[in-house]
Unconditional design. Structure first.
Length: 613
């Protein structure tokens, strides 16, 4: 009788040893394989050389951002961001630094713009790059743009080039700007979910998807004016760069068809006829053209060139100037959330810590707060603004530089600065406030689930399963109204305006930077460099350095980051593509992120829904 259990035990032991042995084999293969790659990466001397007369290839792939998000180093290595697959992020400051260095570098004879994998980027960031390209051209060095296809973002930058090349099978696609979104009211009704909305502001349309099935007339009016204003800036820049009329950029359907017929149905030929591009050239034709222009590389079959990443690594090794007087730059990018948030996001606690760090650093004499945010939590926004006030009390000037957007909560944290800059296309304002609570008493009831019980007060009985009484909703609405009054009072005080004047331009309305200047919401149109210079001037600095103040990585995090940055070069390219499933998952993850952004402890939000234009 005991033989049978013993036999079964031996069988399970054999199975476990087999499985465990296989597990160890796989782990060892992975470990030693990775170790070998690390040894090769560390021992290999890349020693990047820039041949005289080389072209700097600006391979702008991915999203251009003010500050990179904190990512898992292993994930970053596996994706191999240097392969220009469009999945990574590029710092705007790095691009500007590279272009400005190349302008003074005698080894660089030209810039080639390669933007095939450039993702959506705010026009204000593209304009900053365009300004740097203009400075480069002033040295007499040419800029050439090449692509198989130009979308609206790509073409905006390409318009700064001296010569635009297009693949003979390619096209230029300019369609203007639009604002569409999904509305969920009918879906919520079918699911019997009650969305309780509390807001102040005729144009505060962030909550409309939960209470309507379409865009309200007020939102349509505001969005139309805003889109026309932003597009006017786009068209004016491109038409000036290309010496064509603004109305030649986006054609109505009949005109487009007529021009396409003139080109015998060929989009590339139409682009030549419309003077959108200068020459048609295949990849091989462009290679030969560049060999003739800058010369053939010593190694390989291409022209003399250096990539954005390689050139950036070269100039980053140059010694910094050690000047004690510093203008600190703090980046506030993304939705404003509560607590501590990782790099590349705004947290009420974490961003406040950075401002405090600048306040207690004796070398930092002034601060530039670079705001690129649609807002978020009202509580976290006020936390950050209080630190701005503390900086000013400490005698350190604070200048705000607005990026693509600085609206709602983004404007709240900016309002108390000593001076505010924005670009012409910055989305700002959105001075309004809202609250939202969803309850499920009806949907649960339809499933036969009911909530009942007792409480010592009306407040103790509040839950998403029970719903809200009219009295409770009235109290919440009163808090929202008070929050709106606080917002316009803050703006009136800091911008030296009357409450009535602020209210007339508030109500949740979003304005372009150019219009915000007319309305008195900002002090001047300018970029980050202007803001740094202004901060230094206000602090009375003649010789100064600028320094980005950001979250510090631990020794372990730094080691892992550096290790995988080296290893990434030797890993195979990511096989991930833009499949339909991936796009759907990305869209839904965006919806989930939007819901997760509603984390204010008081349920009050300063958020701009139009800041995804």
């Amino acid at each position: 009788m005991s033989a049978k259990p013993s036999l079964i035990k031996r069988i399970f032991q054999l199975i476990w040893k087999t499985v465990n042995g296989f597990r160890k084999l796989v782990l060892n293969l992975f470990f030693f394989g990775l170790l070998a790659v690390i040894i090769i990466a560390v021992s290999t001397d890349e020693n990047i050389q820039v041949e005289s007369g080389s072209a700097l290839v600006l391979d702008l792939a991915g999203s251009i951002v003010e500050q990179k998000r904190q990512v898992d180093p292993i994930e970053a290595a596996m994706k191999n961001s240097k392969n220009s697959d469009g999945s990574g992020e590029i710092l705007l400051a790095d691009i500007l630094n590279v272009i400005d260095n190349a302008a003074a570098d005698e080894r660089i004879s030209a810039i080639v713009l390669d933007m095939g994998h450039l993702r959506w980027t705010g026009i204000s960031k593209l304009q900053s790059i365009g300004d740097a390209l203009t400075r480069f051209k002033e040295t007499g060095k040419p800029i050439l743009a090449t692509a198989n296809w130009y979308g609206q973002n790509q073409y905006f930058l390409a318009s700064f080039a001296d010569t635009i090349y297009l693949n003979p099978q390619g096209s230029v696609e300019l369609e203007g700007l639009s604002r569409y979104r999904q509305y969920y009211k009918s879906a919520l009704d079918k699911l019997k979910i009650n969305a309780h909305i509390f807001r102040v502001g005729t144009f505060k349309s962030a909550v409309e998807p939960y209470i309507r099935d379409d865009m309200s007339p007020a939102a349509k009016k505001a969005n139309t004016e805003l889109l026309n204003d932003i597009w006017a800036s786009y068209a004016a820049t491109v038409s000036s760069n290309r010496d064509i009329k603004p109305e030649q950029l986006v054609l109505d359907a009949d005109t487009y068809l007529a021009e396409l017929d003139k080109a015998d149905g060929k989009s590339a030929d139409m682009a030549i006829n419309m003077h959108w591009v200068d020459e048609l050239a295949s990849t091989e034709a462009f290679r030969l053209e560049m060999i003739e222009t800058v010369g053939k590389a010593t190694e390989g079959n291409s022209y003399k060139q250096v990539s954005l990443y390689d050139y950036q690594s070269l100039i980053s090794t140059q010694p910094d100037l050690f000047i004690e007087d510093t203008v600190g730059i703090i980046v506030a990018k993304g939705t404003i959330l509560n607590g501590n948030q990782p790099a590349g996001q705004i947290g009420g606690e974490s961003t406040s810590k950075l401002l405090r760090k600048a306040r207690f650093d004796d070398n930092v004499k002034a601060v530039v707060l670079r705001v690129d945010s649609p807002g978020g939590s009202a509580f976290a926004s006020e936390q950050i603004r209080q630190e701005v006030l503390a900086l000013k009390t400490a005698g350190k000037p604070v200048v705000v530089s607005m990026g693509s957007y600085a609206a709602s909560g983004g404007y709240w944290i900016s309002a108390s600065a000593d001076y505010i800059y924005a670009t012409p296309t910055t989305l700002t304002g959105s001075i309004g406030i809202f609250g939202m609570i969803t309850t499920f008493e009806d949907s649960l009831s339809s499933l036969g689930i009911h909530t009942d019980g007792v409480a010592t007060s009306q407040w103790a009985g509040i839950s998403v399963a029970k719903g809200l009484t009219p009295e409770i909703k009235s109290v919440i609405q009163r808090h929202i109204e008070r929050g709106y009054h606080d917002f316009i009072s803050l703006v009136a005080k800091e911008r030296d305006m009357s409450l009535e004047d602020v209210d007339s331009i508030a109500q949740g309305r979003v304005w372009s930077g150019r219009k915000a200047l007319e309305l008195g919401l900002i002090d001047e149109v300018g970029d980050l460099d202007n803001a740094v210079a202004k901060a230094a001037d206000m602090a009375g600095l003649e010789d100064f350095d600028s320094q980005i103040i950001e979250q510090e990585l631990t020794t372990q995090e730094l080691f892992i980051q550096e290790m995988f940055a080296s290893v990434a070069t030797y890993l195979p390219q990511s096989t991930m593509g833009n499949s339909l499933i991936e796009q759907v998952l990305t869209q839904w993850s965006g919806v989930i992120e939007e819901f997760n952004a509603f984390d204010d402890p008081n349920g009050m939000y300063l958020f701009c829904d139009n800041c995804t234009l």
